[in-house]
Structure formats: C-alpha cells, structure tokens
Design a protein around this ligand. Structure first.
Ligand code: ADP
Length: 556
C-alpha cells in the first residue's frame, strides 16, 4: 500500500505550524478591496440583469435584444466572474482533487513512497536560526506517523532513506524517533545545514545530524618552494597555535623540503591449503618475477588507476598471507586495491583449486592497526621531510636552544620511545597533526594509527649553530578523491591546499602533494612542541590555551 507524500505544513521559525496557505489568507489588503469591488459588481450586475429580464418578459420584448446598459452589464458580469473564478476557483478545485488526510495510508512493513507524487521539500525541523541549534526541533505532524512506526520497530530506521527517497527528511524522522526511544534530547547536535544526499552510500549510514569541529589554519607552511595554509580540525587548544609557530620557524629559515620515497596501498588476503607444501607452492608462484606480469594484467583490470607494484608473502603453517601493493592515483585506494586482489584470487583458483580464501583481508595489510610491517615496508605514501632551522630562529621564535632540542629529542623521541617499546612512535605528537589535517580534508581518521608512524630526528649542523630536523613517515594514507573528500567542507579544505579532486596533469600528484603537506605540518608541530617542552613552557601554554575562563559550573 502506498504512503503518499503529504504536503508538509509550513512552519514558522519558532516551529509553529502555519495555517494552510490559501490565496485569501496570503494577500495584501489592497487585494481584499479589489475582491470586494468585484463581488459588489457581480451581485449588482446580477440584480440588474434579473430585473431587466423580468421587465422584458412582462413587456414581451425578446431577451436577445440588448440595450447599451444591458451590454455593459453583461460584460461586467463576465469580467467579475473571470476574476472571482481565477482567485477563488483554483483553491476550490484543489480542495476537490487534493486527497483528504484519511486517504494517506501507511502499512507497517511495506511503506512505499510514490515518487511521482509531487515531492514537497520538507521543512520538518524548524529552528530559531541556522546557527542556534539549541532550539527544539519540530517534526511535521504528517511525519509523526512515520516516527511512530520507527519507534515501535515496524519500520527499520536504516530503511528510511530508501523508503522516503529524501535523505534530509529521513534524518529528521530518525532523529525524532531516537529522541523518543532514548528519552534524550539531541538539541545540541545540528541537523540543518548539511547535505545528507552527499553521504548516502558513501560516508555514513543512519545519520541524525553532524558534529561540528572547528577548523583552524596554520601557516603559511613553506614546503618545496610553495606556500600552504594548512587546515586543521581540532578541539585541542594550543595545537593550531603551536603548529603555526613551527610553520613560522620553518618559513623564516627558508622552508622545508619533502621527498616522497614510495606510493603504494596494500591489501593482504589470507588463504588456506590442506598442507604447508601447497601453501609454499603458491608463495613461490606469486613471488616468482616471471609470473608478475600475468598477475599485474589480472590485477590492473580493476581500475585505470590501480597498478600492481609488488606481491609479498608470509606463511603461518598451512596459511598464506599475500600482501599486494599497488599505486592508486589520487585515491587513498583501499577499495581499488581490494578489487584488484579479488581479481587475482579469482584467477588463481584455476591453478590452485584447493586454495580456500579465508578473508580478503588477513591483517597482514595492515589497515588501522599498529603493525611493524607498515613501519618497515611502508603503506600509502612513504615520505621524509627536513628543514634547517637557523640558530637565531630557534632562540627568537622557538625560545630555546639547538643543543637543548637535540638532547631532548634523543632522550624523549628516541630513547624514551625505545624504553616504552614504541612501534613507529618515535615522535612527540605526530598523530595530533595527522588527525587534525585528516579530519579537515576528509581522510579516514582511523588510518591515523599507521599514518602517524613517525621518527623525528634532530641534529646540530653548521658547526653546531643550526638545527637539522627531519620527520620520516612511512605510511601516510591519504587521497583527494573518494571517501569523505567529496563532502562540501572537506572539499573546501582540499581546495585551499590546491589539491582538490583528481589531478588533471598527473593522476596521483594531488594525493602525493597532500602527503607531503601532512609531513611538513608534522615537522612544524614537532618543532614547536619539542621547543615548548625544552623551554619548560608546555604546562604554562596549555593552561593559557586549554583552560577557558568561562565558569563551567554554569554550563548545563
Ligand atoms: P578508495 O579506493 O580510496 O576507497 P574509491 O573507491 O572511491 O576510493 O576510488 C576512487 C574512485 O575515483 C575510483 O572509482 C576511481 O576510478 C575514481 N577516480 C577518478 N579519478 C581518479 C584519480 N585521479 N585517481 C584515483 N581514482 C580516481
């Protein structure tokens, strides 16, 4: 049975339902006067013509014999009828053909929205204004019936988008249902001001709103001769200010240089055989250089951007882990590499019919988990970034000395991390910068785990006067197409860095530049935080930037 889209009753900015819009209640006063005039003409002329009609019958005068005044009266009658039908007739006709509320039907498990019904833009949620999201939202009363179905479990929340064909309306209904089910208000979580169509099937399921994260700008970051204003989405006070200070130190010292060593995304399925011998046979087959071209042809069919670079195997008993590595253009590449791997597995089945594919990912990839293989072999973009910071800059901008920085780096980032058994964590706070840039530019924030692998080196150069600093980051996983990069806010941040979307000149170059910007920003962050620690400023500056003077007890 159909649930037809009912016309949504418009709401005021405070959420009150407006009365149904009729021509007569939306017109200015001058139109009332005109209406009155035409009504008067209509009735007077009718009276006049009826009177004349009676006279003609009494005097046996044919009805079609018209005097000048008769003619004027008939014309006035026609004019007034045309006007009045035009003004009130449409509404009358609409009221006849518009279905009554009772004819809208909802059948619990089978809601169908008739898409050829005029889809009236929903304005179900009304807010005081776009920026004030603390005001309660109001769902249109027509949608309340659908909310009820979700609350009672008759309509699955996840099906709202497909059933309604309107992502914004689905989010509003789901949100209302959630508030009712949990008894918790979501008034602080904005609903308005977001394009819910843009995330459908791509970024987030079952949305009820979106979280706001402020974006600050650090820079200019002078990197490989170009200047970048780096967007950082964070709620950690000090972080942007500190990175900005690092950028300044780099800038006045002549800039940083970044080199990309490797660019390849990995995926490693796990396959099982009946014997160790068979697993070893596949390992030899896959790692034989003579077979690489065949494998590459099969793998590369997945995409015009995915190009197989290498295959590396590891055996655990009868189980074989095959780490495929490929270039992925401007995409971060997880989907692309997975498709290529599936092609190869399908192909291998003819020669290895006893191969049992246990999982397309066997964790030897390794995605979103701390793993030595990424630290050693690299994953995504492997990048090294360096700068020489002049002695006077270390003193004036960073308020410390070269010797103090070099010593602290050795004790903290190298020895301290070794003592802690760190895996890729030989740095002060690479993940702070990586996460903030990732959130701002639509990267997968969970890949912060391996993308933040970084070893920070510091050395006194130029007879001990200046500081050489470098960050080596073997697994920066970034893309400028796909995933969250196409969302409006994230796309704007990529645009700010001139790396939005697919590179037209050279596929992959936008993503590679973004990786160098991430590393350059980490360099700035390392420089500034290490300086703050060596100068004993860390706690002081955090107390200044992380401690609001607002009286928190007054916040509810
Ligand atoms: P990922 O592989 O990072 O998860 P997607 O699955 O969205 O991302 O893949 C990226 C999509 O964008 C693919 O369909 C690919 O064909 C397309 N694409 C267009 N231009 C490029 C480009 N320059 N580099 C990579 N992919 C691109």
């Amino acid at each position: 049975m159909d649930v037809r889209r009912r016309p949504i009753k418009p709401t005021t900015t405070t959420g009150e339902l407006l009365k149904p819009s009729k021509p007569s209640d939306t017109v200015p006063p001058s139109v009332y006067l005109t209406n009155g005039l035409f009504f008067t003409i209509f009735f007077s002329v009718m009276y006049f013509l009826l009177h004349r009609w009676r006279e003609k019958i009494r005097n046996s005068v044919p009805l079609h014999v018209l005097t000048l005044s008769d003619l004027a009266a008939v014309l006035s009658l026609i004019a007034s009828v045309v006007y009045l039908v035009g003004f009130f007739g449409i509404e009358f006709l609409q009221s006849i053909f518009r279905p009554s509320p009772d004819s809208w039907e909802i059948e619990n498990d089978n809601i169908n929205i008739t898409m050829d019904e005029p889809m009236i833009k929903p304005c179900a949620h009304a807010f005081m204004d776009n920026n004030n999201n603390n005001k309660p939202s109001t769902i249109d009363e027509d949608d309340q019936e659908i909310v009820n179905l979700v609350v009672t479990g008759s309509l699955p929340s996840y099906a709202l988008e497909s059933k309604l064909g309107d992502c914004k309306r689905a989010a509003a209904i789901r949100r209302e249902a959630l508030e009712r089910i949990t008894g918790k208000s979501l008034s602080g979580l904005p609903l308005e001001g977001f394009d819910y169509d843009s995330i459908l099937g791509q970024c987030c399921e079952m949305p009820v709103g979106y979280v706001q994260i402020p974006v600050g700008i650090a820079g200019p970051l002078l990197l490989n001769g170009a200047e970048f204003s780096v967007p950082m989405a964070t709620t950690e006070g000090c972080l942007v200010a500190s990175t900005n200070r690092g950028c300044k130190a780099i800038y006045v010292s002549g800039g940083a240089t970044c080199v990309l060593l490797k660019d390849g995304m990995t995926r490693a399925p796990v396959v099982r055989f009946g014997t160790v011998k068979r697993a070893a046979e596949l390992k030899h087959f896959l790692e034989d250089p003579l077979n690489f071209d065949t494998l590459a042809v099969v793998f590369n069919k997945s995409s015009r951007f995915g190009r197989l670079q290498s295959v590396k195997c590891a055996i655990a008993g009868k189980n074989l882990y095959v780490r495929f590595c490929c270039s992925t253009g401007d995409a971060m590449g997880m989907n692309m590499v997975s498709k290529g791997v599936q092609n190869v597995l399908d192909f291998l089945h003819s020669d290895f019919p006893d191969m049992d594919v246990m999982g397309i990912s066997g964790n030897y990839c390794s995605d979103k988990k701390p793993a030595a293989i990424n630290w050693i072999e690299g994953r995504g973009k492997s990048v090294v970034c360096e700068a020489v910071i002049k002695e006077e800059v270390v003193q004036k901008v960073l308020k410390t000395t070269v010797a103090a920085l070099v010593e602290l780096n050795m004790l903290k980032n190298l020895t301290g991390s070794a003592m802690a058994g760190a895996l890729g964590g030989f740095n002060a706070h690479a993940s702070n910068i990586v996460s903030a840039v990732y959130l701002a530019t639509g990267q997968d924030p969970a890949q912060n785990v391996e993308s933040s692998h970084c070893i920070t080196m510091m050395e006194a150069v130029n007879d001990g006067r200046d500081l050489h600093i470098s960050v080596t980051m073997p697994s920066i996983e970034v893309g400028t197409v796909g995933g969250g990069t196409q969302l409006a806010s994230q796309s704007a941040c990529l645009n700010l860095l001139s790396v939005k979307g697919a590179s037209k000149d050279e596929p992959g170059s936008n993503a590679r530049v973004l990786a160098t910007i991430v590393a350059g920003s980490v360099l700035a962050g390392e420089l500034s935080l290490m300086s703050a620690i060596s100068a004993g400023q860390l706690v002081k500056s955090h107390m200044k930037y992380n401690r609001s003077t607002r009286d928190m007890s007054k916040l509810t």
